[in-house]
Structures are given as structure tokens and as C-alpha cells.
Design a protein around this ligand. Sequence first.
Ligand code: SF4
Ligand code: SF4
Length: 102
Amino acid sequence: MARVSADFIEEVRAGDFNAEDCMNCGVCTAVCPIGLELLPRQLFRYVVVGLEAKVIENTDTIFSCLLCRMCEVNCPAEVRITANVKFLRAYINRKVFKLMRN
Ligand code: SF4
Ligand code: SF4
């Protein structure tokens, strides 16, 4: 069962992550060259509400992003998508893979 993690929310708020302005419009998915369905809209929502387990469950998706910025340049809400992806990678590297840096 997915549970909200207060610690995760605190780390996200303190870090370089911001998806509050996402309108869930779907433009990012439509323009993504590899058709990532989850990233960024659904996955970022998991982050904002603190569903850490759902984020970690999707580690493969987070690391499959090409960081090409196609989604970002077309995002009507100017969400800094690639910075968010990098934040999540660093978080997973630290918490899951026990690495100090990504
Ligand atoms: S294009 Fe931007 S506003 Fe639209 S769903 Fe993606 S991140 Fe959210
Ligand atoms: S940065 Fe990642 S999510 Fe965005 S369009 Fe490129 S591959 Fe897709």
C-alpha cells in the first residue's frame, strides 16, 4: 500500500524540485520522443503528495528519460522538468542505491 511520507515531502520542498504549477495537460507526454507516459505529470504528482514508494517503484522510468528537454520547452506551465528528473535521480541514488552523488 502506498503511504504518504512526511520526510519525503520535506526533502522535496527543501530541494530543487517544483511541479506545483503542472496542469496535467499532457503536452509533455505528447512530445516526448520515447513516449514516457508517467513522466512528468503523474510521477511528479506522486512526488508532490509524498508517495515515495510510488516514485521508487518507477525508478526505471526516471532513469530512462533522455533529458532532451522536448517536454520542458513545450510545457505551458514552465515546469522545470529536467531539473526535477535530476533531483529524483539524485534522491534515488542516495536512498536506494546508497550512492553519495548522481
Ligand atoms: S506539459 Fe507541463 S503542465 Fe502539462 S502535464 Fe507536462 S509538466 Fe504538466
Ligand atoms: S526530457 Fe525526458 S520526459 Fe522530457 S521529452 Fe525528453 S525524454 Fe521525454
